[in-house]
Design a protein around this ligand. Structure first.
Ligand SMILES: NC(=O)c1ccc[n+]([C@@H]2O[C@H](COP(=O)([O-])OP(=O)(O)OC[C@H]3O[C@@H](n4cnc5c(N)ncnc54)[C@H](O)[C@@H]3O)[C@@H](O)[C@H]2O)c1
Length: 337
């Protein structure tokens, strides 16, 4: 079977990382087309990975030399691009969030359910991280008894002033929404957000940090501290509390180094690429392997929709201070193959 020919739409931080991975590290795939609203950026990345540029992302999806698509454009562009991939019946790896609203995300769920096989994989790379996978296996084994609580910390060292409280919810907390569903294997039914005194690092009107409390259908609680401007490092920790034990991941287990001056310690990961580098590549390799067979292998449109719905409730909870229910539409049954 020949290599999967991939179009990468949006080659900023995430898309250029995926494009380089496809060119250098991922087996049985190559980037043939790059598209980005920023023409010179598209040219630069295309040259680096040996691809051509298509200015219009929809034309890239339709191109004869494209078998599958990686969407790493901003969230507002995802809906049209994912739907175009479904129209052409080609596999797509779409970065989170699936779309910006629950309604638009659900339309994609419904559209994809009319097809014989799933074609959309969501970029929830934590599911491919060895620590998250191990934690899920531990939960599934029943060794710790029933899970009761999940404590999550998600701190970014810095963000631009454009990163508002709403974006912290839609772009960052969306990962915890997915992780909670992945680890606990049930839906989130309500979200409450508490806004402590804001850091002076945050621009006026931005609530940073925030405490997000999610309730699951069986009555478990998931708390998330989300910080956009901690000025420390990229810290993502998850602690599960169960009936007969607890387990924590994300402790940055690199070498313990002693330095001149007598300070001994571990270096924390600087950003999401450093922390999840292996997970991104595992995700991409699994997607490539499945896409060559005309399908996907990972979180799908329903996971994308559920996470968007949780974050939409979170955005409303930030605005109103109220506990906001998450009401999911019925899960469609896939049409028979
Ligand atoms: N999975 C993760 O951990 C993770 C991490 C970072 C970003 N992301 C997601 O990846 C996506 C991109 O984020 P980023 O940080 O790379 O952003 P970015 O701003 O660095 O890059 C986005 C790129 O898309 C281009 N673009 C704008 N409109 C476009 C369109 N209609 N079609 C094609 N390209 C267009 C921009 O010019 C830019 O080059 C977002 O959905 C984001 O949430 C996921």
């Amino acid at each position: 079977m020949s290599d999967l020919r991939v179009a990468v739409l949006g080659v900023g931080v995430m898309g250029s990382y995926h494009a380089a991975a496809l060119a250098e590290r991922i087996a049985h795939a190559r980037v043939t087309v790059v598209s980005d609203a920023d023409g010179p950026r598209a040219e630069r990345v295309a040259r680096a990975v040996g691809a051509r540029v298509e200015a219009d992302p929809l034309a890239a999806i339709d191109a004869a030399d494209v078998d599958a698509v990686v969407i790493a454009s901003p969230g507002f562009a995802h809906e049209a691009q994912v739907l175009a991939c479904l129209d052409r019946r080609i596999p797509v790896l779409c970065e989170k969030p699936l779309t910006l609203t629950a309604d638009t995300a659900y339309r994609i769920v419904e559209r994809e359910a009319t097809l014989a096989t799933p074609l959309v994989q969501l970029g929830f790379m934590r599911r491919f991280d060895a620590e998250y996978a191990a934690l899920r296996s531990l939960v599934a084994s029943g060794e710790l008894g029933a899970p009761l609580l999940l404590h999550c910390v998600h701190r970014n060292p810095a963000q631009s002033d454009a990163f508002t409280s709403e974006m912290m919810m839609r772009d960052s907390v969306v990962h915890e929404a997915d992780v909670a569903r992945f680890l606990l294997d049930e839906e989130i039914v309500a979200v409450t957000v508490k806004r402590p005194r804001a850091s002076r690092e945050a621009p006026p009107g931005v609530s940073d940090p925030m405490l997000v409390l999610m309730e699951t259908e069986s009555g478990r609680l998931v708390d998330v501290e989300i910080s956009g401007r901690s000025r420390v490092a990229y810290e993502v920790r998850t602690e599960l509390v169960a009936e007969h034990g607890n387990a924590m991941i994300g402790l940055d287990g690199g070498p313990l180094v002693a330095r001149t001056g007598g300070v001994r310690g571990r270096v924390q990961t600087a950003g999401f690429i450093e922390r999840f580098a292996t997970a991104y590549d595992t995700e991409l390799q699994r997607w490539v392997r499945a896409a060559r067979r005309g399908t996907v292998d990972g979180p799908g449109t329903w996971d994308g929709y559920a996470a968007v719905a949780v974050c939409a409730a979170g955005v409303e909870a930030v605005r109103t201070g109220a506990r906001v229910p998450v009401e999911l539409a019925p899960r469609p049954v896939r049409a028979a193959a």
